[in-house]
Design a binder for this molecule. Sequence first.
Ligand code: SF4
Length: 344
Amino acid sequence: MKEANANTAQSILVRVRNLKKYFDVSAPWITRVIEHKQKTLLKAVDGVSFDIRRGETLSLVGESGCGKSTVARMLVGLYKPTSGTVEINGKDLYKASAEEKKLAKGKIQMIFQDPYASLNPRWKVGRIVAEPIKSQKILTNSDEIEARVNSVLHLVNLSPEDKDKYPHQFSGGQRQRISIARAIAQHPEFLVCDEPTSALDVSVQAQVLNLMIKLQKEVGLTYLFISHNLSVVHHISDRVGVMYLGRIVELADKRTLFNSPHHPYTRLLLDSIPDVTGERAKHGRSPIAGEVPNPLNPPTGCLFHPRCPHCMEKCKHIAPELKTIDFHGIPVQVACHLAQEGKI
Ligand code: SF4
């Protein structure tokens, strides 16, 4: 019953359907004419669909170039999709009026990987955090703006005195906390976090992740979390989507995905976590093998078939769709012929 309620339309904040982003990486027009070449398209994201419920954290994982960061950028409006829809609060981000778009964008913020590069080095922290409050006209009274800046700095465990310092006077972890303070200053509902801890030391990573979990509960935030680090993803996520060459190949709740992965790629990805106990070797599971295929010349059929230890003849010709299967009463979305036939 709880699962059914969780899936009701009211509880969904973000709805993404058949989202695609193709980049034109063709040679110049004159070269194509002389050499009789066609246009070349890089299918960075190729038909991704998912929902994010209010208050939950959905993570997207996968190797470099799988398209997870491109999805993140389309959700905040940094890239315009080639096709597909992104709905926030039921409003299509790309079909809304200018006013609705502005309102929707105020509810969405992004945290980037490198906090130093995303903060203006010539601005003091107070100005950095106050800027979105002023630009979105959330507050206009200077005393109220200052009170709001003090309050968000407090929320991220910084002090009001930090307002008068520059970003370079802080450690990496503190700078990421300033980025988070700036992001939450204008009361967003949805934070897109693109590898927010991967530039930080391991001990600092844990502090930032715990702060994000605390803020999610206190402020009621919803997160899309992008990472290649599975330990980090395990720590913060409610549900996890695994991407491969621009598509989601498996999506399930965290526990099911980590304990009972269905797609062979998910299994190999999990097996690439360093095995200090030797348990996996005892069970004959091996780390991921082979290279990601050239996305400009992707394989036919299942995109994973050249690397898949379970590849069958039909996998080479028929691309499996992402379908929901029932795993002991738990819905798991998976794009694999074998998994859909219940043989894996
Ligand atoms: Fe492997 Fe075939 Fe499943 Fe693709 S569809 S992951 S090749 S078993």
